[in-house]
Design a protein around this ligand. Structure first.
Ligand SMILES: C[S@@+](CC[C@H](N)C(=O)[O-])C[C@H]1O[C@@H](n2cnc3c(N)ncnc32)[C@H](O)[C@@H]1O
Length: 273
């Protein structure tokens, strides 16, 4: 693996930035975890007509989860999707509300996981401190309705490697090695050490897993990271993606089409496009 310079110093800055976030005070400009973007820039953008409707990449997640459930039925292993830095997890709540997926959640064959550095979603929904312009009442109601089927996990890429979730039958499942689809949107865009964090996410994947990374296209040129320049963060991000090859992951060929995502796949990943 190759790392950008000053990893130890960047690690300290990351820990300080993360420690500034509190369970009640983790606020961001984009915070619903609801995604309407398309996989390809040349596909028309569609708005949600209802809080339950799947559009854009949500439909791609739905199709991928159905393929994974089919393949994994023979292994006895549950299918798991994780939205890394997903805040309220609105898109995963929408997926949970789809009858075919909901049935699989109830039997423990599917698990939906949302990570945040520190947000406590239950407290945040209770305290009504969310930004009403971002999360409407119907969306809040949908998240509350699906809450029993959503796993909210706190931690950064290093911490979540050690986390487990509890399935409906009471058994525990480690995230490491068991995640079949990891989605990242405007999370690693804030990262100062993506050279280590991207391969850490790669290590969470199952043999069927894929990693959908938007960090390189969404990297925030924010002044908050004055101590680590934008150019250094971009360079660390590129090294992080290059490091995935050492884990046996290959970048999905998007056949010349432009996308906000780089998608990395395991040999066993079902077709995505
Ligand atoms: C701007 S919000 C994005 C929320 C969601 N993906 C969306 O687009 O609506 C940033 C999210 O990424 C997480 N995050 C930010 N920096 C991170 C880092 N360095 N490592 C892990 N998570 C991070 C935050 O906890 C939060 O959940």
């Amino acid at each position: 693996m190759k790392f950008a310079p000053e990893l130890a110093r960047r690690g300290q800055i990351h820990r300080r930035n993360a420690a500034e976030k509190t369970p009640h005070g983790e606020t961001w400009g984009v915070n619903t975890g609801g995604y309407a973007q398309q996989l390809f820039f040349n596909e028309p953008l569609v708005s949600h007509r209802s809080e339950r409707e799947l559009v854009g990449v949500e439909q791609r997640f739905y199709d991928q989860l159905r393929h994974l459930l089919e393949i994994k039925a023979a292994t006895g292993q549950p299918t798991m999707m994780l939205d890394f830095g997903g805040m309220f997890g609105l898109s995963l709540a929408r997926l949970a509300a789809q009858p075919e997926l909901h049935a699989q959640l109830e039997t423990g064959k599917l698990a939906l996981v949302i990570t945040n550095l520190s947000l406590n979603v239950d407290e945040a929904l209770k305290s009504q401190k969310k930004r009403p312009d971002q999360l409407g009442q119907k969306e809040i109601d949908l998240i509350r309705e699906q809450r029993p089927w959503l796993h909210y996990v706190q931690g950064d890429a290093a911490a979540i490697r050690r986390q487990t979730i509890t399935l409906p039958d009471g058994s525990t499942l480690p995230l490491a090695g068991n995640v079949d689809l990891i989605h990242e949107w405007f999370a690693l865009a804030h990262g100062v050490k993506n050279d280590t964090d991207i391969p850490r996410l790669g290590k969470l994947l199952s043999p069927y897993g894929s990693l959908w990374l938007s960090s390189s296209t969404n990297m925030e040129p924010s002044n908050r990271y004055g101590e680590v320049t934008h150019a250094d963060r971009v360079a660390a991000d590129a090294l992080g993606r290059a490091n995935l090859a050492e884990l046996g992951l290959t970048e999905l060929d998007l056949q010349g089409r432009k996308s906000p995502y780089h998608i990395f796949v395991q040999p066993g990943t079902p077709p995505i496009i």
